[in-house]
Ligand binder design. Sequence first.
Ligand code: F6R
Length: 614
Amino acid sequence: MCGIVGYIGAKQAYPILIKGLRRLEYRGYDSAGVAMISQRGALNVYKTKGKVDNLTDYCTDKDVSGSIGIAHTRWATHGEPSARNAHPHYSQSHNLAIIHNGIIENYADIKAKLQEKGVAFASDTDTEVLVQLVEYIMSNRSLTLLEAVQTALFQVIGAYAIAIIDKREPTQIIVARKQSPLVVGIGESEFFIASDASPIIDYTDKVVYLEDGNIAVIRLGEELKVMGIHGEEQELKVKKVDLNLGQIEKGGYEHFMLKEIFEQPECLTNCMRGRINVEGNQVTLSALIDHHQQLLGAKRIVIVACGTSWHAGLIGKQLIESLCRIPCEVEYASEFRYRNPVVSKDDVVIAISQSGETADTLAAIQLAKEQGAFIYGICNAIGSSIPRATDTGTYIHVGPEIGVASTKAFTGQVTVLSMLALCMANKLGTISIERYRQMVSELTCIPKKMEQALQANEEIKHLARIFTYAKNCLYLGRGYNYPVALEGALKLKEISYIHAEGYPAAEMKHGPIALIDSEMPVFVIATRDRLYEKVISNIQEVRARGGRVTALITEGDEQIKQYADHVIELPDTLECFQPLIASIPLQLLAYHIAVCKGKDVDRPRNLAKSVTVE
Ligand code: F6R
């Protein structure tokens, strides 16, 4: 959460910083700010509540000159969203300015001590405490900025990616990271910093991903210097970023979310490329070649994840148990990390994360590692923290997901879990070779079937108008479609702010059925599978209580048409791959309802794309 950007070089910093903030706005957008050191040596800080556009409006008549600067887009943790709490924060003398992504957990203690010494604070944030502490250390112990940052970071408990500038040293930026991402881009006599590589790729493809505990000194005219926590110099690991502009632009769509929904067939093709052979009947995952002993020897698999990734995990559990016959549990990473779980060295822990930066998932990995489990990561963001913390893993390769509501990452995660379960089942001999080949072949047909499902877009757009004024919605599904119901409800909640619940259809009669009346739209995933007849009974129960049913059905199914108020037809596939198809109309429905309600689909209130705080 929170996006940070910085520049030092010969160009004007402000346009680079603003462009970078726009790229990172998905990480937080309740306030934004910039700090530049002008040619005359002034350290100018400008900040506003709201999105980056508010900041640029505010800056139109301000001095934004300078070729060194830092900028921030915020997702509030400590202190309400306001200009006063927005970053950058000055130190008391206004000599220093800082931007920060993360949480300083012991900020209250440090703040109280500094206040006793007479330091006055201008915000309610944990971040300001850090810059005031650095200044206090610098002036009381006559240390350089670098030494003071090092000393201050020893006193700080929590997570951070920071960048700090000093107007007395206008050719230097000091940055540091612990549990929050930070990338340094290396150009020709210029440097860029950012929370991810997207603001950097216009200028250079050479980057250094800082590791936890790293401090870097970025000085004009010198090589980038990266140090460990005690000042020990680190080898510079320069990487080439493999990201192009097309991947992070809207490509003619009104919103990133819509673009990402529509690119799913292509994304899944990319996800399977090189992993399923051209004949379409054999899966190979390099992680399973390199680590077959640990993976195939698992006595138990535990999946840890949050939000949408947790929903993908629920589908993964069903795939793994039914195909590989290995017991599998799915845990919210945030609960797992704090409940003293039983984990052993015979366990494989699968961590699923789009961003690869989710703080709770990272902490769950750490805990499982300490207890000897083998860790397998399923991530999207290349080079992010989770793939680096795991023993092995598989990237989903669906390209950058910018829309805050996850869509293509979900289907990418389910695709990787399907390939993993199939590959393991084949090696373990828990499915027949014929069944294995048939399933792999069907998986390769999913992108085509997704294209077919996407053709219902106009029909769903029309349907969406009917539900725009709903106050509550219920989503029902069974088996593999139960996580799809959860995911459909989550999508609606996050972007349209309509209350929605996902439920296993048969559980409805144990409570939620009391909610059903003519005001309650009920979306039922009722594709032809083992539980089809039972789901029909659940639909009847809803109808009998006046509920309005929209059913997602297998194409050609005439039976459900008699009972449902509306139907959306889906191409048929194997039951276990149905989530890949059935999630599409629910993504589109949430999208169009939110658009009808005039909501900011790509930047829903209170959310951030990458949840780097616990
Ligand atoms: C919902 C959504 C979130 C994320 C969750 C985990 O649309 O995007 O629920 O799935 O915050 O994020 P990652 O997958 O990055 O660990």
